[in-house]
Write a protein that binds this ligand. Structure first.
Ligand code: PMP
Length: 404
């Protein structure tokens, strides 16, 4: 049963006041709040079984290792990967993409080779490739979109040349809320014989992801955007690719044998997990996934879709309102501007009413250029938000609009 009052009680921070007003937290695309069960599990582990993983023969190390490896299995099931060895723990989406960009470009790209990205990528799926472009002389090509934020798949097909080596696309835009047809994007990439990386930072928190059905070669997401702790994320990679890619960082845990003359590496996933992992956070993430599973991904999705529909309907009735992104296939993010009111002014004044939204370019400046704007106000929803909070947002936006 989806009982919103019970759910909100799991997140005590939601009942706090800011500026003597009840907090209305609508910045979930940036990071979500954490339920008590996640905080308790992490405290419990530090209190009772804290020991470094993998290397210890002693009891606590084995317990900690078990929790860490169980977390890998929980993540595997969550995204329906075939094997736990395809699940690499990272610090987050950004690190996952940097890992793939660095290792893939190292062995599979040469000067003049091309990577295709979408115009709505987050900077974390642009800049890592640009760093490789500087290092190796590779070229970025961009899938364009329509004015309402739908990718142009015809144009996408025209971008392929014999130099195309990889395609990277976000499953959900963190600005427009567009749900991209990633399965089709992957299929087209494979038709041209190249792999595809899917950025799941804004999809994994909101609906069921199935990496085998999607058939993507890499999938990345962040724990902190789905009720888990900061500092932990996931890179899924097909076994074949993880076997072929060279290591990203060197150090402990990722080696098979080291001598000064020659070092051999562990098999994936350890090959990509140099150093002590955040094993407390991996456990925290697994507890967050259990929490989502208990509520039910379908129920979470239905709840958030209804909030999004309601928010778009209510906001669109405000004079001068411009909502970005498509009307259909729109996930739990609503970006907007009102008349000539600067997004920062709107955000700052909403904050004074206790309403936390994000303003700015949302780490997607090329997308802002495409839209011909400097930034937007962005409200983004999570499983614990309510229609009353959207009413507060709408009333707040109306009140601020009247002041200008
Ligand atoms: N990709 C997308 C689509 C995002 O929304 C974000 C976070 N705003 C990222 C990547 C980066 O995530 P992180 O900062 O957790 O690495």
């Amino acid at each position: 049963m989806y009982n919103i009052n019970d759910i909100r009680n799991d997140f005590p921070i939601l009942s706090r006041n800011v500026y003597d007003k009840p907090l209305v937290y609508l910045d979930n695309a940036a990071t979500t709040q954490k339920p008590l069960c996640v905080l308790d599990a992490m405290r419990e582990e530090y209190l009772n079984v804290n020991a470094n993983v993998h290397r210890g023969v002693h009891w606590m190390s084995q317990q900690a290792t078990e929790l860490h490896e169980q977390a890998r299995e929980t993540v595997r099931q969550f995204i329906h990967a075939a094997k736990t060895t395809e699940i690499v723990f990272t610090r987050g989406t950004t690190e996952g993409i940097n890992l793939v960009a660095s290792s893939f470009a190292e062995d599979f790209m040469k000067e003049g080779d091309e990577v295709i990205v979408t115009v709505m990528e987050h900077h974390s799926d642009i800049v890592p490739w640009q760093l490789q472009a500087r290092r190796k002389g590779i070229v970025l090509k961009v899938i364009p979109m329509s004015d309402d934020g739908v990718l142009d798949l015809e144009a996408y097909q025209q971008l392929f040349t014999e130099k195309t080596k990889i395609v990277c696309a976000t499953q959900v835009s963190n600005v427009l809320g567009t749900i991209n047809p990633v399965k089709e994007i992957v299929r087209i990439a494979h038709e041209h014989g190249v792999p595809c990386l899917v950025d799941g930072a804004q999809s994994a928190p909101h609906f069921k992801v199935d990496v085998q059905d999607m058939d993507c070669d890499f999938f990345v997401f962040s724990g902190h955007k789905m009720y888990g702790p900061t500092g932990i994320g996931i890179l899924y990679g097909k076994e074949d690719w993880l076997d072929k890619l060279p290591p990203y960082q060197g150090g402990g845990e990722m080696i098979d044998h080291v001598s000064f003359e020659h070092t051999t590496f562990e098999r994936p996933p350890l090959k990509f997990e140099a150093g002590t992992p955040d094993y407390i956070a991996s456990h925290g993430l697994a507890v967050a996934i259990d929490y989502m599973n208990k509520l039910g991904l379908e129920q979470i999705e239905a709840h958030e879709r209804e909030l999004t529909r309601y928010a778009m309907e209510q906001l669109s009735q405000i004079d001068g309102m411009k909502i970005y992104g498509p009307k259909e296939h729109h996930d739990a993010v609503v970006s907007f501007n009102v008349g000539n009111i600067h997004h920062m002014d709107m955000g700052t004044l909403l904050d004074r009413l206790g309403i936390a939204v994000r303003t700015g370019h949302h780490c997607a400046q090329p997308l802002m250029d495409r839209l011909g704007i400097l930034g937007t106000v962005r409200a983004s929803f999570a499983l614990y938000n309510t229609k009353e909070e959207i009413d507060a947002l709408v009333a707040g936006v109306k009140r601020v609009s009247k002041m200008f």
